[in-house]
Design a protein around this ligand. Sequence first.
Ligand code: HEM
Ligand code: HEM
Length: 194
Amino acid sequence: MKTWSLNFRLWHWINATIILGLLGTVFLRKTFLSWRTNSELLTQKLSEINLEVTEAQAKVLAKAIRAPMWEWHILLGYALVALLLWRSILFFTQSGKQNYQNCKAESFHKKIVKVGYIALYAILAFMAISGLVIHFYEELGLLKDTAHDIKEIHELVFNAVLIFVPLHIMGVIISENRGEKDIISDMINGGRKE
Ligand code: HEM
Ligand code: HEM
């Protein structure tokens, strides 16, 4: 029997791609497509060709440039919602539950890793629900201020995802080099249970 079913491996790698994509959209929003930086750039470049714009107008322009990129945050966000539903179903399969069974016999380190995965699932569920609530706040009858407060928490919790990703990648690379040979290739080819 394979350690990881094809179903689970597909979930893992699609999930990894979508999360990296979501982090990518946040990176662009905060750097190359930041409205603050770009509105200043637009004001300066337009004034060089004798076009004066107010601060408010420059902000509208900069946000319009950012908008098509940010649509991807929402699209990838919907994909994350679907992936979490997919993962919930996988919990009823051997591959999906094996990491969380017979934990008493595991080392302290392994227990921490597993608690880390469970915490990540909870964090991703929070990101998905809060993201949907911010996006549909009008339909849900919420005030703009409330949506803004939820966005602040969504943005704060984002840091936990940002910390998990490099820790996880470093963790599996270190494990691959110390005793847990094939941990990474098992997630690619399914591995084999002894
Ligand atoms: C791109 C490099 C990545 C590599 C090489 C990698 C590799 C692995 C490996 C080898 C495992 C199995 C570990 C074990 O048996 O405990 C695993 C599990 C897992 N990975 Fe990744 N991963 C990567 C990216 C990601 C990303 C970006 C995420 C999402 C944030 C992610 C989420 C998970 C989760 C939640 C599990 C636990 C699965 C379970 O519930 O049993 N991985 N990964
Ligand atoms: C791992 C998952 C996610 C991460 C790491 C993430 C990260 C972030 C961050 C950091 C912000 C604040 C951006 C800023 O103001 O500079 C943000 C805003 C937002 N996110 Fe997410 N997000 C995730 C999932 C989702 C999902 C699932 C949805 C909905 C489908 C969503 C919808 C939104 C919306 C509507 C905003 C507000 C944008 C605005 O104020 O114009 N996010 N997200």
